[in-house]
Ligand binder design. Structure first.
Ligand code: FAD
Length: 302
């Protein structure tokens, strides 16, 4: 650790953390579980700093709670805590499913959802699930506290509107699913070796009687930032759920992204085929969950 920073602080309140960030005046870095940051520092991709400010010891930052119609998640909450949480599995199923595929148990035990979102990669798995729930994040800094839609926080690959030298992502929230709503997540990746996905997708749907009244679709990597498939989402609204409708939505989604091929991961054509195959399937799964009001997350213990 000493080669990455001179001082390591574990503040117990947001105020103390902000005071420390003010003190170091840009020469500090907020750290969660460190599963991205320390790897990047070791590889020389992030500069060493005078101080690291640990966001996971702040009082109440480990809490997952329900308030009115929202589910609130503190910045110290790990992926393991999310996938073991009954409230998230029931009211934000695709988020539990996304967090459930991250790394292995060791990574999930320390890596946080806040870190996944703040890291701002184009295809963070927790981030995908959170975006499909139209999640929002709370950012605290010397200039005050603000809530913003998570979709507005991405500025490029690994770049966030959160100034991670001066601000903390303190809490995340999403509106809890109500009767008639359901969500689902799926990731396609090579079975061995690389931990980067070929494609990650998450969806949430609301049914009003027999028709879809709202839809959200997130996917990545399909560009420099996580993608919200607005046109495909619009195309679903007003019609009953059907295999044809879901395939049409996948085609519309494809028309609105520029897929890139990667010699290590997948060709452009393969990526497109995975979207054609799996987006309709997870839309159907979300619709089934919405219709039955059953929210059993797949791949995580019930
Ligand atoms: C072996 C391995 C496998 C992995 N597999 C996956 C995978 O399958 N899917 C996936 O999505 N990710 C994967 N990751 C990446 C990583 O584990 C996740 O992105 C994790 O959620 C990061 O959270 P963290 O708390 O460890 O973040 P950190 O590493 O602590 O921080 C990440 C970034 O966010 C900033 N940050 C952290 N917390 C805050 C905060 N509260 N406020 C402001 N800024 C903050 C840091 O300054 C840093 O820039 C893997 C990593 C490893 C090492």
């Amino acid at each position: 650790m000493t080669s990455f920073c001179t001082n390591y602080h574990s503040p117990v309140s947001v105020e103390e953390a902000i005071e420390l960030l003010r003190h170091y005046d840009g020469d500090a870095r907020v750290v969660g579980g460190g599963t991205d940051l320390l790897v990047e520092m070791r590889r020389g991709l992030r500069r060493p700093v005078m101080a690291m400010i640990d966001a996971t010891r702040i009082a109440d930052c480990k809490i997952i709670s329900r308030s009115d119609d929202c589910v609130l998640i503190g910045c110290g909450v790990t992926h393991t805590e999310i996938i073991n949480n009954a409230t998230i599995k029931k009211f934000g199923t695709c988020l539990a499913e996304g967090c459930g595929v991250i790394g292995g148990p060791q990574v999930r035990n320390v890596g946080t959802l806040a870190g996944n979102v703040a890291h701002a990669l184009p295809a963070g798995d927790g981030t995908m699930g959170f975006l499909a729930l139209a999640g929002e994040i709370e950012i605290a800094g010397v200039n005050g506290v603000r809530w913003i839609p998570a979709r507005d926080s991405f500025a490029g690959p690994g770049r966030s509107v959160i100034d991670r030298h001066r601000e903390i992502l303190t809490r995340l929230r999403f509106r809890a699913a109500v009767i008639g709503e359901g969500s689902a997540f799926h990731r396609v990746m090579r079975p061995q070796g690389l931990c980067l996905p070929i494609i990650s997708m998450a969806v949430s749907l609301r049914l009003d009687g027999a028709s879809i009244s709202a839809a959200t679709i997130s996917m990545g990597p399909v560009g420099p930032t996580p993608h919200i498939a607005d046109a495909a989402m619009k195309s679903l609204v007003g019609d009953p759920p059907s295999a044809e409708k879901f395939s049409e939505a996948a085609e519309i989604a494809l028309q609105n992204v520029t897929l890139r091929g990667s010699k290590y991961r997948a060709t452009t054509e393969y990526r497109a085929q995975m979207i054609r195959t799996y987006l309709p399937l997870i839309l159907a799964r979300a619709a089934e969950r919405a219709a039955a009001s059953r929210h059993l997350a797949e791949g995580v213990a019930s």
